[in-house]
Design a protein around this ligand. Structure first.
Ligand code: NAD
Length: 295
């Protein structure tokens, strides 16, 4: 097995790198934050002094960073150092344009590259059960597959450069809109004197059925493991949902697609975050919807 360089060892990257170590990979890494470096070191990652040091001698490079600007800055540095043929995988959630730019940087230097954003959150990162949605050449996908398997359960090749990011933001736009729809239905049910359990029992086996209802129900009770049962502690924070809804809107604007509900969902999450809900789970938006009602 070759050496994997991992840059961005935060809430997601840390446990992902730990799973690579658990599967017998040699992992060297770097993060700007001392706390992330220390946690990764205790999980068996060899911590190096910077991006260039992490790239040197690695056959595969993985990044898990907050945004497109950070990814491009790091990938520029990686492209300058990495040996031709090195595989570069970016698992951050970023805009499609920046992702394609990162692919182009890699291609110009003879590197293989794959965008491979994830769903499954910090729980999936720790358990090694993430879903990877990937974009890039067949060759890059085939080479990345056994590495991604150490961190995820479902690995989908969505198409060429940027296709993984496209799948991610389309999926999360569905999620944001459906969570609001489910939340509105539960608030309306409360006003109508219909119990949450009764609505759940009907909708979960009827045409209103969806993941936001059956796996992540925004009211306490019907789905015991949903964040509603622990005062909306994330899970998946509203701030991250808002980030993804903004990326979807950015993509809609640049392509001329009409996403009226996606735009409205972004506005509602903006209001929720501005009122202090950013750190709460995204299903906590039901509380804002409940408060907005009359009487
Ligand atoms: P995080 O803030 O916990 O981790 C990001 C890490 O990157 C930080 O430790 C930071 O110090 C480091 N970093 C930033 N710039 C750097 C640089 N130039 N060089 C080295 N390190 C640098 O964020 P996270 O929750 O781990 O999320 C990472 C990515 O995964 C984001 O794009 C996010 O949208 C995506 N994501 C997160 C979740 C989730 O539930 N947290 C779920 C799916 C996808």
């Amino acid at each position: 097995m070759g050496v994997i360089g991992f840059i961005g060892l935060g809430n997601m990257g840390g446990p992902m790198a730990a799973n690579l170590v658990r599967h017998g990979h040699r992992v060297q890494g770097f993060d700007l934050a001392a706390a992330s470096r220390e946690a990764a070191a205790s999980a068996g990652v060899t911590i190096l002094g910077g991006v260039a040091e992490t790239a040197s001698g690695a056959d595969t490079l993985l990044t898990m960073l907050p945004n497109g600007a950070a990814v491009l800055a790091v990938h520029r540095e990686l492209a300058a150092i990495a040996a031709p043929g090195t595989l570069v995988i970016d698992s951050s959630t970023i805009d499609v344009e920046a992702s394609r730019h990162a692919h182009a940087l890699a291609e110009a230097r003879g590197l293989l590259s794959l965008d491979a954003p994830v769903s499954g959150g910090t729980g999936g990162a720790a358990a090694g059960t993430l879903t990877f949605m990937t974009g890039g050449t067949e060759r890059a996908f085939a080479q990345a597959h056994p590495i991604l398997q150490a961190m995820g359960r479902q690995i989908v090749h969505c198409g060429g450069p940027g296709a993984g990011q496209a799948a991610k933001i389309c999926n999360n736009m569905i999620l944001g809109v459906s969570m609001i729809a489910v939340s509105e239905a539960f608030v309306l049910a409360e006003r109508l004197g219909l119990s949450a359990q009764a609505l759940f029992d009907v909708a979960s086996t009827s045409s209103g059925q969806c993941w936001s209802l059956t796996s992540y129900c925004p009211v306490p009770g019907p789905v015991p493991q949903s964040p509603a049962n622990r005062d909306y502690k994330p899970g998946f924070s509203s701030a991250l949902m808002l980030k993804d809804l903004h990326l979807a809107q950015q993509a809609a604007e640049s392509t001329g697609a009409v996403t009226a509900l996606g735009r409205h969902a972004a506005e509602l999450y903006e209001r929720f975050a501005a009122a202090g809900g950013g750190d709460r789970d995204f299903s906590g938006i039901i509380e804002a919807i409940r408060k907005e009602g009359r009487g």
